[in-house]
Design a protein. Structure first.
Length: 263
C-alpha cells in the first residue's frame, strides 16, 4: 500500500478536457491529481528543412510555469524544460505523417507546433504530458488549402480556406504512443509515481506504448540498477497499462462533455 492509498499498479484518476485553447488548431488539458498540464497544437505554413524538402515539420516545446513548484525556478526549470521537451519531441515526431504535410516540395509545408505548459506538478510529468499531447493531436485539424499557379509559370500560390468548418484531421500514424513511467523505490517499482515517491526513487524507466501495447522506445533515468527480471516485468506492466490508458483517453475523446474552453 502506498502513502496515498493506491496499490503499486494503480494510476491516479485523471480529468481531461479538449478544445480548451480556442485560438489553437487542437488542444487538451489533463489533470492527474495535482499534476496539471496544457498542450496546444498550432499549424502554420512554413519552409521545409533542406534535408527533407518533401516533408512538413513538427516542433515541440515544454515550459514549466513558476506556479508549478518552487523547484522549477532558475536553472532547475531550464534543465527540466529541456528534458521534457526532448522526451515529448521523440515521442510524437514519428507519429505525425510529415510527408502528408508537404504543400509545395522544396518551398512550402505545414509546420506543426506542439506547445505544452506545466501548470502544477505532483509527479509523473512525462506521462501526463504525453497523454495531453495524444488528445491534442487527435483533435487537431488542418485548414483546407488550394495550390494554384501564379502569373509566372514557376510561381505557385497557396490559398488557405478561412472557413472554420473546411478542415481535415491532422495526419496521424496509428502508432501514436503515450508514455508509461515505472519508478523503482527500494526493491519494488510503482506506476504513476507521486512527487513524494519521485523524491526517494533510485531509478525510473519510461516506455513509449502505442494503442496495441507495443513498446516503441525505452528511456531510463536515475543511478539505480534494474535487474533483467525486473525489467521484463516492467515491460509487461507498461504494455498492459499503455493499452489501458489509451483506451481511457479514446473514450474521453468521444465524450462531448470534455470540450471546455480554458483560454
Amino acid at each position: 500500500m502506498r502513502a496515498d492509498g493506491r496499490r503499486r499498479m494503480d494510476y491516479r484518476f485523471f480529468d481531461m478536457n479538449t478544445e480548451v485553447v480556442l485560438s489553437a488548431n487542437g488542444s487538451a488539458r489533463l489533470q492527474l491529481d495535482h499534476t496539471d498540464v496544457l498542450v496546444a497544437v498550432k499549424v502554420a505554413i512554413g519552409e521545409p528543412d533542406v534535408a527533407t524538402p518533401d516533408q512538413g515539420r513538427v516542433e515541440c516545446s515544454v515550459t514549466c510555469a513558476p506556479s508549478a513548484s518552487l523547484r522549477y525556478e532558475g536553472r532547475g526549470a531550464e534543465t527540466l524544460n529541456v528534458y521534457l521537451t526532448s522526451g515529448l519531441s521523440r515521442l510524437i515526431s514519428s507519429a505525425v505523417d510529415v510527408k502528408k504535410l508537404s504543400i509545395v516540395p522544396r518551398s512550402q509545408c505545414w509546420v506543426v507546433y506542439v506547445d505544452a505548459i506545466v501548470l502544477d506538478s505532483s509527479g509523473n510529468l512525462r506521462d501526463a504530458l504525453s497523454m495531453a499531447a495524444y488528445a491534442a493531436l487527435k483533435t487537431t485539424t488542418v485548414p483546407a488549402i488550394q495550390v494554384v499557379k501564379g502569373e509566372d509559370a514557376k510561381e505557385t500560390i497557396v490559398e488557405v480556406s478561412d472557413d472554420p468548418f473546411e478542415t481535415i484531421p491532422l495526419p496521424i500514424n496509428k502508432q501514436l504512443p503515450i508514455s508509461i513511467s515505472l519508478t523503482k523505490i527500494g526493491a519494488c517499482f510503482v506506476v504513476d509515481s507521486s512527487g513524494e515517491e519521485e523524491s526517494c526513487m533510485s531509478a525510473k524507466v519510461t516506455f513509449a506504448i502505442d494503442r496495441d501495447g507495443k513498446i516503441c522506445s525505452t528511456t531510463k533515468t536515475g543511478i539505480g540498477g534494474i535487474s533483467s527480471d525486473m525489467l521484463m516485468e516492467m515491460m509487461r506492466v507498461a504494455a498492459e497499462k499503455g493499452k489501458e490508458m489509451v483506451a481511457k483517453i479514446e473514450s474521453k475523446l468521444k465524450d462531448d462533455d470534455t470540450k471546455k474552453p480554458f483560454i
